[in-house]
Design a protein around this ligand. Structure first.
Ligand code: BG6
Length: 468
């Protein structure tokens, strides 16, 4: 079997894919016969590619390379200088592959997906069991994503099309599935009867930096919300799938996406906030109204979640890098406590920290120890699970390790199906259209803050506050 990395000398290959493959090899998880072919238009020979791969792996391997693993890994590497968007390129690759089962990893601009899939089809390289892996962004709206998906589908069957959302490769994100479906405790409470609201925060401390040409064209709504955050929302809100097989899980996710309440033109100004950090336009070197921050409130209009607000926010250059999901439960239906203890009483929360540390905390009300003239006092205490402490705090895996392993094993549960991509774009397009109609601009915020003050007003209208 071979993996061809188109874009083999690019940023994604160097930062993620080559190190991830090396780590899989180190753990004995790669098939013995797996070859890795770097492919790009850059004139480079095999030795040059091996050197590039070594530097890339060294940059990620704390404690250095293991000599035996490296020599085994290096022996897998090959390089082809070719333009895969042209039939000659696909022809040269076909000769190099010699008919073995191949995974084509397109770590290139999505504008090339169409041409590359067409040349692979022309060279009959897209036939089963070969498969294709696509990186985001798959389009910039519903129409363009439909065009890309249709072009890919002319060459590769959906079952052999692997759309990456690297959040699904994160151990912590998969743990959401375990938390919900491997425990009897939470699921009975996981409904509008017990849940008051849900918050999902994906905050980054870094700015946009060199990526501004891409980012300024996309903005936070398309870059983070359409994919990573809606995937997190799906894992929180979906119905229990019958099994972990790809279609069971993805059917439930797509039903959730289709249940998202559209944000109408009339509601957009009080249900969403766009923000831009100060200094962003200078980084881009031009005036721009692209949002680097979004906060919004939405609903999953189905039986389970009727009336439960979901508050989502994401942004660049915020206070810290934090990915957190909060399930805030309803208050007890009747308080038997009076006096100060009545005021102490707080609703339970399940706080799931996904990054930078993986921690799960369930806040539980307790009697504050001691004597008090008024009798009882209450305080919240966390029942706390630190996954890194529990599991020895080993090396944090690159999300791509899980995903590459799954592509090799032909398992698409953690990949995004075409109808999911399209359902999420349809919802996102509605927000963009409403923004355009309302002329909703960006509110400025200070780097290092938690976003524009309007985001606090957004959640305050609902009588709730962000978990900070
Ligand atoms: C990418 C976005 O998909 O995810 C980036 O394009 C963002 O803008 C990144 O920084 C965040 O990923 P992670 O794994 O660092 O949370």
């Amino acid at each position: 079997m071979k993996i061809v990395i188109a874009g083999g000398t690019g940023d994604l290959a160097r930062r993620m894919l080559l190190p991830a493959l090396y780590f899989l090899d180190a753990d004995g998880l790669l098939p013995a016969d797996l070859g890795v072919v770097g492919l790009s238009r850059q004139a480079l020979d095999r030795d040059g590619f091996v050197r590039l791969a070594r530097e890339a792996v060294e940059a990620r391997a704390e404690g250095g390379l293991d000599a035996a693993v490296w020599s085994r890994f290096a022996a897998r590497l090959d390089y082809l200088a070719a333009d895969l968007a042209r039939p000659e390129g696909a022809g040269a690759l076909k000769v190099r592959l010699g008919g073995v089962e191949t995974i084509f990893y397109l770590a290139v601009s999505p504008t090339l997906f169409d041409a590359i899939c067409e040349t692979l089809r022309g060279a009959r390289l897209s036939e089963a069991p070969n498969r294709v892996v696509l990186e985001k962004p798959i389009g910039r709206d519903l129409v363009s994503s439909g065009q890309i998906n249709a072009a890919v589908a002319r060459a590769f069957h959906e079952d052999r099309t692997y759309r990456i959302d690297h959040y699904l490769g994160k151990e912590t994100v998969q743990n959401l599935i375990a938390l919900r479906f491997a425990n009897v405790l939470f699921e009975p409470l996981w409904t509008s009867q017990s849940v008051d609201h849900v918050q999902i925060t994906v905050a980054e401390s870094e700015g946009v930096g060199d990526r501004w040409p891409y980012y300024d064209d996309f903005g936070a709504l398309r870059d983070m919300l359409q994919n990573h955050m809606l995937q997190l929302l799906c894992l929180v809100a979906m119905e229990p799938p019958a099994s972990l097989d790809p279609d069971s899980v993805r059917n439930e996710k797509v039903k959730t996406l289709r249940s998202l309440r559209p944000i109408s033109r009339g509601d957009v100004s009080h249900l969403t906030v766009r923000g831009q950090y100060r200094g962003y336009a200078q980084e881009c070197g031009r005036p721009t109204d692209t949002e680097t921050y979004v906060a919004l409130c939405t609903y999953v209009d189905n039986w389970r979640w009727a009336g439960v607000p979901f508050f989502l926010r994401t942004g660049k250059r915020l206070g810290s890098k934090t990915t957190q999901i909060v399930i805030r439960f309803k208050p007890v239906p009747h308080s038997i406590f009076s006096g100060a203890a009545r005021a102490d009483l707080m609703a339970n929360s399940l706080v799931i920290d996904l990054q930078p540390e993986e921690d799960i905390q369930l806040t539980v009300m307790n009697k504050t120890p001691g004597l008090d003239r008024e009798g009882f006092r209450l305080s919240p205490l966390p029942l706390s699970l630190s996954l890194s402490r529990a599991f020895g705090g080993g090396r944090r895996r690159i999300a791509y390790e899980r995903l590459l392993l799954d592509v090799i094993a032909n398992n698409s549960t953690l990949f995004v199906r075409r109808d999911e991509v399209e359902a999420s774009w349809a919802w996102i397009d509605g927000i963009r259209a409403a923004w355009a109609h309302a002329g909703q601009g960006c509110k400025p915020y200070e780097p290092g803050s938690w976003g524009p003050s309007a985001a606090y007003n957004l959640i305050a209208q609902f009588g709730r506050s962000w978990n900070e």
